[in-house]
Ligand binder design. Sequence first.
Ligand SMILES: O=C(O)CCC(=O)C(=O)O
Ligand SMILES: [Fe+2]
Length: 306
Amino acid sequence: MTADSTVVATRVSETFGAEVKDFRLTPELIEEHGRAIYETYLDHKVLVFRSQDIPAATFAKFGTIFGRPEEHHVIKLRHPEEPTLSFLSNQNEPGRNPEMKTSGQGWHSDYSYKLVPGSATMLHGLEIPAEGGDTLFADAESAFAALPEERKAYLRTLRVRHQYRWSPDREDPWARWKYIGPEERKQTPEITHPLVRRHPDTGRETLFIQPRIIGSVVGIDGLEEAESTALIEELIAHITSERYVYRHRWSPLDVVVWDNRCVLHSATTKDLDEKHVRKLLRLTTHGQPVTPSLAEVGHSRLSPKA
Ligand SMILES: O=C(O)CCC(=O)C(=O)O
Ligand SMILES: [Fe+2]
């Protein structure tokens, strides 16, 4: 709980997620209440601010509450005046890979395939269809807390192999092999993260796992493929069970921010007809290498196979 009575959070689902009501994100109020907003975000993991008719520069300033904003590595996606902002669109935009129209579909945590994965991600809804294009969130922290102690003890000892371009089928339309060149392949080696991570601010433990194909997860280090796949599927089914999921139904000008260090999310744009335009501004902040729950398991590192 925060001591700041201006930032009032109302729960939007059973275990996490809150709407901050009657708060207009102006540069002055961001300055004054940034700390309280950050603490509220740590408490609730996903925050929603409705009806924010704000310029791009103010949204960029909002991002600084949650860490150091990162410029998108794809220059074409960047906002022309605010380089820390990029555009999400379900339309055919010039110069863009058509796969980007549905990017974010499938459960994931942003940049989990990097040695330093994402911290906060936030979106500002510029054009929102009357229906559809919802974003789903899943509370991986509460899901871990609910597991039996013996199971937790075992999971804390494991590490997960990730690689951006990993795919069991290189011909698969989702395979990222097709979209990157030799230099980019060198930049995306296989890495491993601890399966159970400790949040750098709250100290709470969470499951850091994504589905195999969509989430760039090669497998659990040291397990046979079948056992690894079964464990990943079991954990994802648990984390994304109804009790831990919040469905955000967008209204125009919503601002939504989430903590990739403890929640998974998924777009639903594959189910949205392209004649319904959906455009959002996006900002992400720089994260930290993943801290393990058990020190002896070690931080994020390059895989010996890399
Ligand atoms: O478009 C969405 O609903 C979410 C997209 C996403 O995964 C992201 O912005 O990181
Ligand atoms: Fe994402």
